[in-house]
Write a protein that binds this ligand. Structure first.
Ligand SMILES: C[S@@+](CC[C@H](N)C(=O)[O-])C[C@H]1O[C@@H](n2cnc3c(N)ncnc32)[C@H](O)[C@@H]1O
Length: 341
C-alpha cells in the first residue's frame, strides 16, 4: 500500500509516493493556462493547437499504441540504437551521473540508460519531466524494477523541468531528450531550446538527443498515416479533449486527420481538416469558431534532420558534439553532447 504524503513547495505540490519516489505538480491547475493558450491559438487566422496538448490520459495511451505500429519506425529504431551503443555510451559515463529525462513518457527507452547507470553506481537519481500524468505510472514501474533508483518527477512542461534541473547540485547530469521530440520545434526554436538546456547544465554534464533523419517521403508519410488509423485517433483526440474539458461541440465526423511531408522545410505537418463549413462553440472559454470547408487546424510539426545540420546546430548552441550513432538504415540518430568550459 502506497502512503501519500503531501508537501507544498512554492507553486508546486510535492507528492511523496514512496521513500524513493516523489513528484512535483503545479498547484494551480494547468487547465486555466491551457484555456488561455487554446483561446489564442484557435482565434488566429491560421488556427493551431500546440502539440503538447495531445497528451491527456487518452492521448498518452494512444501514443504508446503508435510506438508499436509497424509503420512507426521511430521508437523501434531509437530503441535498437540505444541497445547497440550501451557499451560505447558507458565509457562516457564513468563518474556518478544523475539522469534527467525531458518528455519521459512511458520511460521504456530509459531502461537502456538505467541499465548502464544502475550497474556502475550504488544509487541512481532519476528526474523525469513530462506534461502528462503518465509519469506517475512509468515511474512506479521503474521504481519496482530498480532497487537502487530514486525518482523525483516533475509533471509540467520542459521549461519548468529545466528550471528544476538548475537547482540540482549533482556532480554530473546526463540529460536525455529522446523520441525525436525536438522535431516538434522549428529548427530555430530547437536551437533556442538547446541553448536553454545548455544554460541549465554544468561543465561535465552530457546531453543525449534522439533525432529523426530525412529519408524517403513514402516511409515518412506512412509513419504518420498508419493503416490502422491510430495516428488519426491520436490527432482527433485533441478535439475530444476540447469537448471534454471545455464543453466544445466538435463533431469528429466533420474533421479529418492529415499528415504530409513538406520537403522544403523537411518536416511532417499534421493537421485536422474541416470537411465542411461549420461552427463550433466552447462555452467554458466562451469561444465561438467558424470553419470554412477544407480549413486546417495545425496540430504538429515533426522536423527531420540531416547529419550536417545537427553538426552546425551544435556549434551555435555551445555544446561539443561527442559522438553520433545511426542505425544501419540511417533512419534515426542518437547524438551525445558535452558541456565544456
Ligand atoms: C513523442 S513522446 C516521446 C516519449 C518518450 N520520450 C519516447 O521517446 O518514447 C513526447 C513526450 O513528451 C511529453 N511532452 C510533450 N510536450 C511536452 C512539453 N511541452 N513539456 C513537457 N512534456 C511534453 C509528452 O507527454 C510525451 O510523453
Amino acid at each position: 500500500m502506497i502512503r501519500k504524503q503531501q508537501m507544498e513547495i512554492d507553486n508546486y505540490e510535492k507528492v511523496a509516493v514512496t521513500p524513493r519516489f516523489c513528484y512535483f505538480k503545479p498547484k494551480v491547475m494547468t487547465n486555466s493556462t491551457m484555456a488561455q493558450e487554446i483561446a489564442f491559438s484557435l482565434s488566429q487566422k491560421k488556427k493551431f493547437i500546440s502539440s503538447k496538448f495531445f497528451y491527456d490520459d487518452v492521448g498518452s495511451e494512444t501514443f504508446e499504441k503508435i510506438c508499436d505500429l509497424p509503420e512507426y519506425y521511430l521508437t523501434r529504431t531509437e530503441f535498437e540504437i540505444l541497445d547497440e551503443i550501451k557499451s560505447d555510451l558507458s565509457e562516457y559515463l564513468a563518474d556518478n551521473f544523475a539522469l534527467v529525462e525531458l518528455g519521459s513518457g512511458s520511460s521504456v527507452k530509459t531502461r537502456k540508460l538505467l541499465e548502464i547507470l544502475t550497474c556502475k553506481q550504488k544509487d541512481v537519481e532519476y528526474y523525469p519531466v513530462d506534461i502528462s500524468d503518465i509519469l506517475k505510472d512509468s515511474s512506479i514501474n521503474l521504481h519496482d524494477e530498480y532497487e537502487n533508483l530514486k525518482i523525483t518527477g516533475i509533471i509540467d512542461n520542459y521549461e519548468t523541468g529545466l528550471e528544476f534541473i538548475r537547482t540540482l547540485d549533482h556532480t554530473k547530469k546526463l540529460v536525455a531528450f529522446l523520441g525525436s521530440s525536438m522535431g516538434n520545434f522549428s529548427p530555430k526554436e530547437g536551437m533556442e531550446f538547446l541553448e536553454k538546456i545548455h544554460e541549465s547544465m554544468s561543465v561535465g554534464d552530457m546531453l543525449l538527443l534522439g533525432l529523426d533523419l530525412v529519408k524517403d517521403v513514402k516511409i515518412l508519410e506512412s509513419a504518420y498515416n498508419d493503416s490502422s488509423g491510430i495516428t488519426a485517433d491520436f490527432n482527433c483526440n485533441l478535439l475530444l479533449r476540447l469537448n471534454k474539458e471545455f464543453g466544445a461541440n466538435f463533431d469528429l465526423t466533420k474533421f479529418k486527420h492529415v499528415a504530409v511531408f513538406n520537403k522544403k522545410h523537411r518536416r511532417i505537418e499534421m493537421y485536422l481538416k474541416s470537411l465542411t463549413k461549420q461552427h463550433v462553440f466552447m462555452p467554458v472559454i466562451d469561444l465561438f469558431l467558424k470553419f470554412k470547408k477544407d480549413e486546417l487546424i495545425h496540430t504538429e510539426y515533426s522536423h527531420k534532420y540531416t547529419t550536417s545540420q545537427i553538426k552546425k546546430m551544435t556549434k551555435r548552441t555551445g555544446f561539443r558534439l561527442v559522438h553520433m550513432w545511426n542505425d544501419k538504415k540511417n533512419y534515426f540518430t542518437m547524438a551525445l553532447f558535452a558541456v565544456e568550459k
